[in-house]
Each structure stands twice: as C-alpha cells, then as structure tokens.
Design a protein around this ligand. Structure first.
Ligand SMILES: Nc1ncnc2c1ncn2[C@@H]1O[C@H](COP(=O)(O)OS(=O)(=O)O)[C@@H](OP(=O)(O)O)[C@H]1O
Ligand SMILES: Nc1ncnc2c1ncn2[C@@H]1O[C@H](COP(=O)(O)OP(=O)(O)O)[C@@H](O)[C@H]1O
Length: 509
C-alpha cells in the first residue's frame, strides 16, 4: 500500500478494508497481504475483512472480484484503491520479508544467439548441471522443440518470430510465477521481443537472466551442422538469421559467451560463474541432497503422465518399461546390453529391451567376437543370430522410457536428436551411479522419473570403451563392465525379476 492510497482512504472516512487473500496474489503472499492490511488499518478508522478468492489477480475476470466485493458491501459503496505512490515506510519490513531470496525466486535463463552458436548445447549442459544439483523444478523451452510443438506452423517472418518468442516468454513467466526455473534457447533476434519477455517474467515475480551466445556468424557458418547456412547462401531459405534476416545483439546480457575455439565445459563455466555471482544458483557448490527424492514427481496411478518437457513416463502396470541401449554402430556394445539384459532380468521383469546405433547400419549381425562372449554368458544362440542392427531415430528415442548409452558422446547425440529426452537419457554408468543414490523404495518408471530429476554427473569412468576389433580380451573387459552396471540397474528397475549373477561361470543358461 502506498502513501497515495492511504491518503485516499483517509478522505473516505470509516472504511472496511477487504483483503483478497486467496491464491493468485502475484506480488505478495496471502499472509503478507493480511499483515500489511492490518497494519494500515491501525493508522486509519478501518476494520479489516479477509476474503479468500481463488484468482483475483486475473484481469480476465474482474467481474468475480467485483461481485464478491459488492456482496460484502451490501448497500455501501465499493471503492478500489488508486494506483501509484510510494510504499509506506511502515510496510517496508513486510515487503522485505516477502521478497524471495534470489535462490528461491522463479528464474528464466534465456539463451539468445545465431543458429549454430551453441545455445542448445550450452542450455543442455547447464540443465545437466542443474539436474545434478537438484532442488528446483526445471523446464526446457528449446527453440527447435518449441517450433515443433507450441509454435508449430509459424514461419520465420518478423511477425511470427515475435509471436514465437512471446509464447516462450509467456510460458516461461508462468513457470517463474510458481518458483520454477525455465531454460529457453531460441534465436530471439529482436531486442524489443526480448525486452517484452523480460517484462513478462519480472511482472510474474521472476528473475530474467540473459545469456548472449555471441559466437560470430563466420564460426556458426563454418560449423553449419544442419547445412542451413549453405542453403540460405544459395537463397533456398529466405529470411535466414544472420544472412538475410537481422540479429540484434543484446546490450543487456547478464553474460556474453563466444564459444569459438572453446570446449563446451569451458564455455559453460562462464554461465555458471555469472549465475553464482548474480546470486541465483551456485552450481559450484555441493548438490542439495535432501531434496533428492522429495522433488521428484511421482507418476500417478491413473494413466500416462506427460511432463513439462514432453517426455513420456510410464505408469507402473500401464505398459512394460521400454529401455533403449545406444552405442555407435549397434553391433557390439548395445546389442550386448540388450541381449544380456534379457537374460539378467529374466521373465516377469516387466521391461522391454531394445538397442540402436548413433551411426548404426541397417540389419547387420552382432560382431562375431561379441557374439562369442554373449554365447559364453548364457545368451541363446537363436537370439544372437536373430539380432539385426539399426540406426537411432527420433521415433525410437520418443518411444523409449529410458535411454542408456555406452558413452557420453552417444548421450550427446541422443539429446541433439531429441532435446526433450534430457530427463530420460543417461550413460549406463551414470544411471547406475544415480540409482545407487536414489530412494531405495523407488523402482521401475518411478525410479526413472526420480533419477531424471536428480542424477549423478557424467564422468569419464562411466564410458564403456569400444572393444570392436580389439580382440576377445577387450570384449570380455567391456562385457564385465557392462554386466556389473546392468546388475546394479536391473535389480532396481525390476526387483521382482530374477537377476542372475554377472560372472560367466555362474551365468544364466
Ligand atoms: N529462416 C530461418 N532463420 C533462422 N533459423 C531457421 C530458419 N529456418 C529454419 N531455422 C531453424 O529454426 C531454428 C530457429 O528457431 P527459433 O524459434 O529459435 O527462431 S526465432 O527465435 O523465432 O527467430 C534454428 O535452430 P537453431 O540452429 O537451434 O537455432 C534453425 O535450425
Ligand atoms: N564451446 C562450445 N559450446 C557450445 N557448442 C559448441 C562449442 N564448441 C563447439 N560447439 C558445437 O557447436 C554446435 C552448436 O549447435 P547448437 O547447440 O545446436 O546451436 P544452436 O542451438 O545455437 O543452434 C554443436 O555442434 C556443438 O557441439
């Protein structure tokens, strides 16, 4: 309440102050609002009534607010407070207490930059760090993914780009309003639209943190991962940002990162440091362990749940859990994982296993050496000979509930193909380490969801080296490593299944 408003009240004579204290007060909590109203009433000839109202903030429904107020007022006039003025000094302490600490405030991390500058890559790497850290609900609004869903059908005209960015801004602001953290990574080439997003987020009580991925056009064009720059230069794509459509460099970025000649980890540190210095989140500190399980939403028992990132997670009993293993060519490590899992999980585990390769051939058999190792470890020869390799596709990732890769580079590939899979894609080693840390009471799909919200970081020792063409001994080493990890994972994913010992001597027949 401001000095202008109190003056207005004084002129009215005896008044009843109606504090609308329901959900939907954007800038102040119901308790804060009531405390402030009572304090102001002390200085006036005023009574106070607290009325809970579901959503009186909604400007779309002023009729509700007015009808509630008029029914309280009966025949007395209803007066709305004027806008403007300065906050009363006697309310400063309440306002101070109401202000969320920066590390609790809703937060929008907005990456902007040219196509190929590294926005998605850095945003994904940051999300990994945030997920390892835990403690905050996290939503990804990647440019490409938004274009396929929320903004499907929009073109790249100036007008449609602005609509696209405002949509992202609106969703991000709603996430921030509820204390969540949104990571957005569109090109967002226009300063005015970025400013609009900033205003929307701040109006919702959130903080807006702008990361300018300032990789120069020449470097983006040199990378040209999707071949779009070449097409744009040939005139095959009109209005291409940087070539035939402008990119307005931000002057208000919280951090500016040029990724040229730098590793992803190195470039990410600039963002991590800036976030820490701004007081929003300190990813250089130890993770928030206590929220490990509490923050992970449980799946409901009534059907499939679609998360904010669009990935699907199965409800126990609704369908078998679908696990997809991924390596390079899908002839050595991932077939081993797939076929060996079937043996280790046995019947009744409620899990379906599949595999694919980031550079998989179509319909190649299992590598001969690995086939021998599989046979020696109890996998039936008809299963081995029926195996046919295949390349990884977006559809396969989409259909899986859990994607486990041999190496971190495979996981990176998966996320480039399907950025929204970030909660369900892990290296096998990373997932095994994560399940060890998760609530021991969680299994199956619930365990996958929990680990998706809080996982171990990736580490070099998680990678399973490629034994292809390195002889039987190398294949055995990889097989031992995989077996140990599969045992750790399967006994938690499917505790009801019989999980056989890992060693060949005692292997399943
Ligand atoms: N004409 C044109 N200009 C720029 N980009 C184009 C265009 N046509 C298609 N693409 C692909 O779409 C991705 C950019 O979409 P955005 O939604 O982020 O763009 S914008 O913010 O609305 O300007 C962008 O993806 P990223 O490379 O991930 O940025 C491109 O792959
Ligand atoms: N330091 C770095 N940070 C981010 N990306 C990098 C870096 N170095 C090289 N790259 C590569 O640049 C490309 C950036 O692609 P992407 O993240 O999809 O960009 P954008 O989302 O901006 O279009 C990726 O192939 C990535 O591996």
């Amino acid at each position: 309440m401001t000095d202008v408003q109190v003056e207005q009240l004084r002129r009215l004579g005896p008044v009843v102050l109606v504090a609308l204290v329901g959900a939907g007060t954007p800038a102040i909590s119901p308790v804060g609002l009531l405390r402030a109203t009572l304090r102001v009433a002390e200085t006036l000839d005023a009574g106070v009534v607290a009325v809970p109202l579901a959503d009186h903030d909604s400007l779309a429904d002023p009729a509700l607010r007015i009808s509630v107020l008029t029914s309280y007022a009966d025949t007395d006039p209803v007066v709305e407070l004027a806008y403007g003025g300065h906050l009363l000094p006697e309310l400063a302490d309440i306002a101070e207490e109401e202000r969320p600490r920066p590390d609790e405030q809703g937060l929008v991390l907005f990456f902007t930059g040219l196509s190929g500058s590294g926005k998605s890559t850095l945003a994904r790497a940051l999300m990994d760090r945030l997920l390892e850290h835990g403690g905050r609900s996290l939503t990804s609004l990647d440019g490409d993914v938004v274009r396929r869903n929320l903004s499907a059908g929009l073109t790249f005209s100036k007008e449609d780009r602005e609509t696209n960015i405002r949509r992202i801004g609106w969703v991000a602001a709603e996430i921030a309003r509820h204390g969540g953290l949104a990571v957005c990574s569109p090109i967002a080439p226009f300063d005015r639209t970025r400013q609009q997003v900033r205003a929307m987020v701040e109006e919702a009580g959130g903080a807006f943190f702008l990361v300018h991925v300032a990789t120069p056009l020449e470097e983006c064009e040199r990378r040209d991962r999707k071949g779009l720059y070449a097409k744009a230069r040939r005139g095959e794509i009109p209005e291409f940002t940087g070539i035939s459509s402008p990119y307005e460099e931000p002057l208000d970025a919280d951090v500016r990162v040029d990724t040229t000649g730098r590793s992803i980890e190195d470039a990410l540190e600039d963002v991590v440091d800036a976030l820490r210095d701004a007081g929003y989140v300190d990813l250089t500190k130890a993770p928030v362990v206590s929220r490990l399980v509490a923050s992970a939403p449980r799946t409901s028992t009534t059907g499939e749940r679609t998360s904010t990132t669009g990935e699907r997670s199965s409800t126990p009993g609704s369908h078998p859990l679908r696990v997809l293993f991924v390596c390079t060519a899908n002839i050595c490590r991932s077939p081993y994982m797939e076929l060996r899992s079937r043996v280790l999980a046995g019947e009744g585990g409620g899990i379906e296993f599949a595999s694919a390769g980031t550079h998989g051939f179509n319909a190649h058999p299992v590598d001969r050496t690995m086939a021998e190792v599989l046979a020696a470890r109890g996998v039936r020869s008809d299963l081995i000979s029926a195996f046919a390799s295949r390349p990884l596709s977006g559809d396969l990732i989409e259909a899986a509930d859990l994607v486990l890769t041999a190496e971190a580079s495979h996981r990176q590939f998966v996320l480039e193909e399907a950025p929204s899979a970030f909660r369900k894609a892990f290296t096998l080693g990373q997932f095994a380490e994560s399940v060890e840390r998760a609530d021991p009471g969680l299994h199956g799909a619930e365990l996958v969801t929990a680990v998706g919200h809080r996982r171990a970081g990736t580490a070099d020792h998680h990678d399973i080296r490629d034994p292809y063409r390195r002889g039987r001994a190398a294949a055995e080493v990889s097989a031992d490593q995989i077996d140990a990890l599969l045992q750790a994972v399967l006994r938690r994913l499917a505790p009801a299944a019989r999980t056989t010992p890992a060693t060949p001597e005692t292997g399943e027949q």
